[in-house]
Design a protein around this ligand. Structure first.
Ligand SMILES: Cc1cc2nc3c(=O)[nH]c(=O)nc-3n(C[C@H](O)[C@H](O)[C@H](O)COP(=O)(O)OP(=O)(O)OC[C@H]3O[C@@H](n4cnc5c(N)ncnc54)[C@H](O)[C@@H]3O)c2cc1C
Length: 263
């Protein structure tokens, strides 16, 4: 996997908002500073650098340049970047605690400017695997969609996606032999997810899979342990990433993540 060179944050301009489904809001960024954004970044993550309450515009710009109080950081996925139109799509799963990133997406107006750092390297399955297991909640949908576009046409395996509302189910283009299962959890912030239970009871196909899973961290942790300890699946065959944690904002959650044992 390649590492990208770290570049200075760009100031992305909000050019469109699209309600993709009841709980998924797409914000499209453009403007001069987005030009040259990597075209191979779908599924990679970026950091949204949001102003602190104390920042006026000048202090915010200084913060983006590394002086003064740091901006608020939140991690999101590159859903698409189209170089011809110079448009970057970020899809926000809306949740009832509405932290700074969700509030930003809900309240963003055309012309608003926001700092965007990254992208990282893409988070994609290994195309050469015998089969694929792809799972996640709504925060993982942008990366799951990118992975489905990346899979070979003859890919087979399972896709499990937890959504908040029946109308959040979308008709993703996918290889025919990838079986898609939707699960419903109307209040992810209250727990009650059956994503891990469902994933760990899926039929295990012959050969070596490439597993990709992201979402609420306790479910991801459960699946990671199952893959490592029960299925003895080499870590190079699995990407399992907690994208958020019930009861913790991203700042606290990132600290916990860094202290987790590597299995
Ligand atoms: C690599 C990576 C990629 C990600 N990509 C995306 C993406 O493309 N789209 C996306 O929507 N999210 C994505 N996330 C998740 C997103 O960063 C978190 O949901 C983040 O906490 C949202 O920030 P916030 O400011 O709204 O809430 P925070 O201030 O971080 O948290 C406030 C409260 O909201 C709760 N909360 C946070 N997220 C959720 C949620 N999804 N559902 C219910 N409660 C929640 C927290 O537990 C906390 O109690 C990604 C995370 C990572 C690590």
């Amino acid at each position: 996997m390649f590492k990208r060179k770290r570049s200075a944050p760009r100031l992305g301009e909000v050019i469109r908002k699209t309600q993709l489904s009841p709980n998924m809001l797409r914000v499209t960024f453009g403007g001069e500073a987005m030009k040259g954004f990597p075209t191979d970044a779908a599924s990679a993550n970026i950091k949204l650098l949001l102003p602190q309450a104390e920042h006026d515009h000048a202090a915010y710009i200084e913060a983006l340049n590394g002086t003064g109080t740091k901006p608020i950081k939140r991690t999101y996925t590159v859903a698409n970047y189209d170089a011809d139109s110079n448009e970057l799509d970020i899809d926000f799963a809306l949740h009832s605690h509405a932290g700074p990133a969700t509030a930003f997406a809900l309240n963003a107006k055309l012309g608003d400017l926001v700092g965007i750092a990254g992208p990282s390297q893409p988070k994609l399955v290994n195309k050469d695997a015998d089969w694929f297991l792809i799972a996640g909640d709504m925060t993982a949908i942008p990366a799951i969609e990118a992975n489905l576009r990346y899979l070979p046409d003859n890919a087979r395996g399972h896709i499990v996606i937890e959504v908040q509302d029946d109308n959040d189910k979308r008709d993703f283009a996918k290889p025919d032999l990838m079986q898609l299962t939707y699960l419903l959890n109307s209040k992810p912030e209250d727990g009650g997810s059956i994503l891990a239970e469902t994933v760990t009871s899926l039929e295990w196909l012959p050969g070596t899979p490439s597993v990709w899973m992201a979402g609420e961290s306790s479910g991801v942790r459960e699946v990671r342990t199952y893959l490592a300890k029960t299925k003895l699946l080499d870590r190079r065959c699995r990407y399992t990433s907690g994208y958020w944690q019930i009861g913790q904002d991203e700042d606290d959650f990132q600290l916990v993540k860094r202290s987790e044992p590597d299995i």
